[in-house]
Design a protein around this ligand. Structure first.
Ligand code: ZN
Length: 406
């Protein structure tokens, strides 16, 4: 990433070594843990050097204000946390581009006619507490505060405890009407998590919609026992049931064009080589073009998982952990952005299967997204990439939009 150090993307170069994951590759930057804390401090320093005033809201989201905070502010940003072993661009590209676009406007002597802020949303990936876009969901009231406070991480630490350690008052987690009321409009720039722009041969797109999506925990319960002393016919092995269930998950998408279903995480309890598991937690991520199709898909999966459990003498419980209906970004805003950025053909409007804070915020405030071409089409992986020239095109587009809105 050294070529970035001297260019517009110095910000990405500055954080290139923060949170590297030597075991998985890529980056592991999880809410309020070492790398995330370093990135938060880095952001505050960077923003303050630009002359912005930084504050942390009641839910751990960071705001850097140009001028007096809200109302009717133009807010732009993304997130700094990552999935386990994630790429360098998912999240940070939007934050760095927002800071750079504001820096350019300030350097040119531009005077905004309304407030402007750069926003860093907390726990966008849900890698620590399991709920994606947790910071924006808390901010908008999209998740019940009591439920959020009780969420636990892999070490058994609750969100309430982690928030306290991070200097927040856990009693104040939850819907923050005052903070939300300041946002007039939100724009999130993000690396594309697919090949839409590669196929179109364009560097930048405006987002049109986000697939409905959610997370469900499948808990398969059997009987823990001795791996040597228990004959095969006497077993109620939840991991065998879970394995069949995972195959069933893939099969269930067959009747749903455009649907995606994934089990990317398993927890085997107790997890010993010579122990038949007593229970298995498998997390399902399911997405489809409409809310109804997604609900149908999950119902079909739950039925198939139940059957797989029954065949193996196990039981299964399905718990919905998060849900976001299909997001259609405001057509007027999308149209306006495309006309500001040039002819329609130059800046395509693309749908995405990936969830974003902009999708959560869209339920409360007008929101829009810009995508920057990712030549690998791969994301949530160290292979995620964006050419410097395309990143600069993204910053150019964001600067143009801010100039037209402010
Ligand atoms: Zn992201």
């Amino acid at each position: 990433m050294s070529e970035l150090a001297h260019g517009m993307l110095a910000g990405l170069a500055e954080i290139a070594d923060t949170g590297r994951d030597s075991r998985r590759g890529g980056y592991s930057r999880h809410l309020w843990q070492g790398a995330d804390l370093e990135l938060r401090a880095w952001f505050a320093l960077r923003a303050e050097r630009l002359g912005l005033s930084v504050e942390t809201d009641r839910n751990g989201n960071l705001w850097a204000w140009w001028g007096e905070p809200g109302p009717d502010a133009v807010v732009t940003g993304s997130h700094l946390d990552s999935v386990p072993g994630g790429g360098a661009y998912d999240g940070p590209l939007g934050v760095v581009s927002a800071l750079e676009a504001v820096a350019r406007l300030r350097a040119s002597g531009f005077t905004p006619s309304r407030p402007c802020a750069v926003l860093v949303c907390a726990e966008e990936e849900g890698s620590r507490f399991g709920i994606a876009c947790l910071g924006s969901r808390l901010l908008t009231g999209g998740i019940d505060a009591d439920r959020a406070r009780a969420l636990i991480d892999a070490d058994g630490i609750t969100l309430a405890q982690a928030a306290r350690r991070a200097g927040l008052d856990p009693a104040h987690l939850g819907a923050d009407r005052d903070a939300l009321a300041r946002i007039g409009l939100f724009i999130e720039l993000h690396v594309e998590q697919g090949r839409g722009l590669v196929d179109l041969g364009r560097p930048v797109a405006v987002a049109s919609s986000i697939l409905a999506h959610g997370r469900w925990r499948l808990t398969v319960t059997g009987q823990g026992n001795h791996a040597g002393a228990t004959p095969m016919e006497d077993r109620r092995d939840p991991l065998v049931a879970a394995a069949r269930a995972i195959v069933a998950v893939q099969d269930a998408t067959g009747g749903h064009p455009g649907a995606r279903a994934t089990v990317g995480r398993l927890e085997v309890v107790p997890g010993g080589t010579n122990v038949i598991a007593s229970s298995v937690h498998a997390w399902l991520d399911a997405r489809a073009p409409t809310d109804a199709e997604t609900r149908d898909l999950v119902a079909a999966i739950a039925a198939a998982v139940g059957e797989a459990a029954q065949v193996n003498g196990c039981s299964v419980a399905v718990t919905e952990e998060s849900w976001t209906g299909t997001v259609t970004f405001d057509p007027e805003l999308v149209g306006r952005f495309r006309s500001v950025l040039g002819a329609d053909a130059l800046v395509p409007a693309l749908p995405t299967g990936a969830g974003h804070d902009a999708g959560v915020l869209a339920a409360s405030v007008p929101s829009a997204m810009l995508f920057v071409r990712n030549p690998t089409g791969v994301s949530h992986s160290p292979e995620e990439f964006a050419e410097v020239g395309d990143c600069v095109a993204g910053i150019d587009a964001l600067e143009t939009l801010l100039r037209s809105l402010l």
